[in-house]
Design a protein around this ligand. Sequence first.
Ligand SMILES: CC(C)(COP(=O)(O)OP(=O)(O)OC[C@H]1O[C@@H](n2cnc3c(N)ncnc32)[C@H](O)[C@@H]1OP(=O)(O)O)[C@@H](O)C(=O)NCCC(=O)NCCS
Length: 169
Amino acid sequence: MPDESVVIRPASPADVSDIARLSEPFAADGLLIVRSSAQFRHRIEDYLVTVRGSRVLGCVGLTRLGSDVLLYNLCVAAELQGQGIGSRMVAHADTLASHDGCRSLLAASRHAGRWFLRHGFTRIERHDVPPAWSALLPPGRLSQLYRRPVAPSAGPPAFTSTRQGAERS
Ligand SMILES: CC(C)(COP(=O)(O)OP(=O)(O)OC[C@H]1O[C@@H](n2cnc3c(N)ncnc32)[C@H](O)[C@@H]1OP(=O)(O)O)[C@@H](O)C(=O)NCCC(=O)NCCS
């Protein structure tokens, strides 16, 4: 049964330091791109956070690329992984993308590929990547790329739509 004290909501500027703190160890391990607090602040409207009370447990950035939505900087606090938080954030992203009429969720990952495959993503080759995304992919970063079709829309959106823009995965 889902823990109802755990809530997914859009991030606000007040969450910047928590998102930066949460992301830092994964960036240090090469799992996420290193981003500064200023970079998180600049794109804060992209982010969803999973919170329990005032604690940020997980986050994901969503950026619209044409008719797709790129998930980036997806992470869950290490001691809370394996409890469905990552899955819930991706499901939430799917709902938002669906209400925006988007076709696919996109993701890039160096070490979480099996996780994406288990969650309905399929691996795509670089030559099949939408042009809007390939321009953002850092040339030296050997991430695998994944795509999942967005589920058909049902019911009103939970909250804000995904923001159009350009952010690296
Ligand atoms: C990937 C990540 C967001 C998943 O979050 P999570 O909350 O642990 O995911 P869930 O609880 O929804 O799913 C857990 C399941 O996935 C499995 N899993 C977790 N990480 C995995 C990985 N890297 N590869 C394969 N499976 C993984 C768990 O064993 C668990 O399996 P189970 O359901 O059989 O018990 C989290 O592991 C994370 O923060 N990783 C570091 C950052 C990262 O690599 N992000 C992806 C690049 S954008």
